[in-house]
Design a protein around this ligand. Structure first.
Ligand code: ATP
Length: 251
């Protein structure tokens, strides 16, 4: 039986006086992969920021049954909400291992003694990082840097990992490799994921739940298997005319 990890009700987010999310209801279960699709400016990045408490919000938000609406971003991070922002946020002048060690600082102090074991776990998840642990991050390829960004977030042992446009700027093969790993994180790291992504075909293939945002509101939401067969998703995101076969075969 799955249990609810995060729930928002009527979540509103604003930048200054400008309201960008207009009442989002979202439920994320344990070990679930949620993909957020939507046109530019729909509010996808803001939804991740609202969940990780780095933008001003109104409405209800619960993490494992606890009301976290008043929490700061740092407290959310300590409670196990990891955020890989668009642009990755890794430190180009630091080595791979230095970047990873920084990730463990987001974790509560009492858990930090296991940094070595977590490093080994990250290296197992991303062998390419193990091979380059002493390289400075700035010389790595885009795909490797994205893996590093995810690996750094994993060092805090998140229960919920928010990833903003992981495929941005990556070629098709590194993108596919990255998504293969992302799909395994729920079991390998016991984490739920919310992935904002433009590559609808690939992200729908790994998603349990899809949320389509438009104009700061939920335009459609539901199980990925049902929604990706729907005509609206096919037309808007998969470049297929309505009524053609579903995704999967060609991903
Ligand atoms: P994209 O796919 O282009 O990244 P998005 O769906 O992630 O778009 P957001 O980045 O969440 O959308 O932006 C939603 C709206 O909020 C847009 O109108 C954007 O201009 C505005 N916005 C985003 N960040 C800020 C900010 N820091 N200050 C003011 N307005 C912002």
């Amino acid at each position: 039986m799955t249990s609810t990890l995060l729930q928002t009700r009527d979540l509103v987010a604003r930048y200054g006086a400008v309201e960008v999310l207009h009442g989002i209801d979202l439920t994320i279960s344990d070990s679930e992969i949620v993909v957020v699709l939507g046109p530019n400016g729909a509010g996808k990045t803001t939804l991740l920021r609202a969940i990780s408490r780095v933008v001003s919000t109104r409405g209800e938000i619960e993490l494992a049954g606890t009301n976290v609406a008043g929490w700061t971003g740092a407290r959310m991070a300590r409670a196990g909400v990891g955020h890989v922002p668009e642009g990755r946020g890794t430190f180009a002048d630091l080595t791979v291992e230095e970047n990873l060690r920084l990730g463990s600082l987001a974790r509560p102090r009492r858990l930090r003694s296991s940094t070595q074991a977590d490093l080994a776990h990250v290296y197992e998840t991303f062998p390419v990082l193990a091979n380059q642990k002493r390289c400075v991050a700035g010389v790595m390829s885009g795909g490797q840097q994205q893996m590093l960004a995810v690996g750094r977030a994993l060092m805090a042992r998140p229960r919920l990992l928010l990833i903003d446009e992981p495929s941005l700027g990556l070629a098709p093969i590194p993108t596919r490799e990255l998504f293969e790993v992302l799909a395994r994180l729920r079991t390998d790291w016991s984490t739920s994921l919310v992935i904002v992504e433009q590559n609808a075909r690939l992200s729908l293939a790994v998603a349990d739940q899809v949320v389509v945002l438009a104009g700061g509101q939920v335009a459609a939401a539901g199980p990925a298997a049902e929604l990706s067969d729907g005509d609206a998703i096919k037309r808007a995101y998969l470049g297929e005319p309505a009524g053609t076969e579903g995704i999967g075969a060609s991903t």
